[in-house]
Write a protein of this length. Structure first.
Lengths: 349, 349
């Protein structure tokens, strides 16, 4: 009855172009701190979970990159999906593999590309969730206490009263809301952001998969029997998220409110918010020179980036591509990626 | 009694960093058209002057670059200055060498890094100046008919009435003026920009050097006698421009008004003015992608430069340095070069 970690690392990260590329998506970037996002994700829970008790689910193209980033993880625990089918198949595949090794396992599921500043508080919360799960079963989510009316995340509405440990039941999951709804929830002060991090027992998860997603369950049974048929079986699995497929339907779903300095760092603007600024509100990751400029962020993988007499810009520079945008437009990076695709500049993608 | 061309190619071109570098200044850049500025300068007068009748005065560090750019020019005609002593020593050194080969030569002196759009009109004007010089001697300048109140150029005030060929005497040279003076001259409509291009007989020039700049003359006599003493003699030559040292003092100085699409392309903003623009006033030299952006200029030596939701920018990109500036600040590029020098990032200079 051990603890296992499952890291979800399937993202393609187009919002971080040109830092991220098709063959080098966000989870492999060193956006914060000294290590790649995926390595930081693994290191963050190292005191709680043995590195050998880690599974990573990623795109088939990224298996070697995961190996290079996480050399402590047994290569057979790195699962390469022939294509993305959303989170339920990814998590259930890892769960099926863990179940073979350790039928009484408790699983921690983490996205590979989130930032958590308060790592000690985070570990305490994870330990509490795993302990509670081991004692009484159930599905556990981590609900981030919101700092603003964000429309880019799903929300969790807690119900009932907190347990002595601060664990609450989940009344319902709420999809990414329109701004008015987000503002109303922020005002009410009850709702939490759905961080996409989970804890559950591997058997309870597989039972729920069998009950709520029987097609997925059958597919996984086939895959466990004939792993060499991955490229045939996997694309036929139902494309569904763990939230929709399991969490919204399961009976004993709990949430732990979390104040842990969490950010999914979904855009360059989010990354820019975490960089230290000088007196003129300029910030740099990499080598930059600011001459009479204000509120400028430079993120460089190599080139020195110099500014003269400009304001309110976000610049990302690599040796073969430079992106210059208004900070509030960082959701639109995909438009450039799309233009490059249409112009068939595949070497830049 | 042949015609000779002297190209002045000593500039270090810091205003074009990061395209220009200490070892690759502006005259070797392909800013307009298909060839380097220096090659275009030479090609422009090819119908008038035999390539073998060309001297180039440049920095000692740039001799090999000049050879590569101008393979038709005899290597012995490429004069490498151990350091810059302004234009009078450069021109007089070339004149002394030409005088040895062809005492009756007429010299055309051209900066190596100017743009001239109307090449046919330019050649007609040069031919007229050289013809007139051969017939009656004197010093000839080319006075650009101003298009705006520019404070970055010296001016020429013509005197007397034009000759039948349109040649005028020079009443006086005017240093780079303050804006009010430039505006007044523009309004009066008589003054011309001093383009730094000249025609004169080699003997008449050397006589004037002997009369007005006797130290320079003595230095050149010593240099002609002992060319191997270049590194000792050259740094001792007086540092003076041909305008101050000779033109402002000589007796028979003429100007040919020139409407030839001339631009010294002194800044990135000047270069940007000559690029074609799209409907949103964006322009690119190199690969650029514009998403909902206006009045943006991209100049790239390689990286694709992408813009999202920005306005009024000038961007210059190379593989190891990116410069982002407000278009009206392109005179300040040196501030970045200075900052890099102070930080001892010599590999970027």
């Amino acid at each position: 009855m051990a603890r296992w970690l499952v890291i979800l690392a399937g993202g393609r990260g187009e919002r971080f172009w040109p830092l991220s590329r098709m063959m080098h998506p966000k989870q492999f970037l060193t956006l914060m701190g000294e290590h790649s996002m995926i390595r930081s994700t693994r290191d963050r829970v190292r005191p709680l979970i043995d590195p050998e008790h880690t599974f990573v689910v990623t795109g088939a193209d990224y298996v070697n990159k995961v190996k290079a980033n996480l050399p402590d993880v047994p290569p057979s625990h790195i699962l390469g999906e022939p294509l993305g089918r959303n989170t339920a198949p990814s998590i259930a595949w890892a769960a099926a593999r863990i179940q073979q090794l350790d039928p009484l396992a408790t699983m921690l599921v983490l996205p590979s590309d989130h930032m958590i500043q308060q790592e000690h508080a985070f570990r305490q919360l994870v330990a509490k969730a795993m302990q509670t799960c081991e004692n009484q079963g159930g599905f556990y989510t981590f609900g981030i206490v919101p700092t603003h009316a964000e429309t880019g995340y799903g929300y969790i509405e807690p119900g009932g009263l907190p347990s002595p440990e601060g664990v609450r039941t989940v009344r319902r999951f709420i999809e990414k809301p329109p701004l008015e709804v987000a503002e109303a929830m922020m005002l009410a002060g009850q709702h939490l952001w759905n961080s996409g991090m989970f804890v559950f027992g591997v058997n309870e998860l597989m039972e729920s998969v069998a009950r709520y997603l029987p097609d997925l369950f059958r597919g996984l049974v086939a895959l466990m029997a004939e792993p060499e048929q991955l490229d045939v079986i996997f694309p036929e699995l139902p494309q569904v998220s763990i939230d929709h497929g399991i969490m919204e339907r399961a009976e004993r779903v709990f949430v732990l409110p979390a104040e842990i300095g969490w950010d999914d760092v979904g855009t360059f603007a989010a990354l820019a918010r975490h960089l230290p600024r000088n007196d003129e509100q300029n910030a740099a990751k990499g080598h930059a020179i600011f001459v009479e400029s204000q509120n400028v962020t430079a993120i460089s993988e190599g080139p020195v980036v110099s500014f003269i007499g400009v304001q309110d810009l976000l610049v990302v520079a690599t040796r073969d591509a430079v992106l210059i945008l208004s900070p509030e437009r960082s959701q639109d990076v995909r438009k450039v990626v799309q233009a490059l695709k249409e112009a068939q500049h595949d070497h830049l993608l």
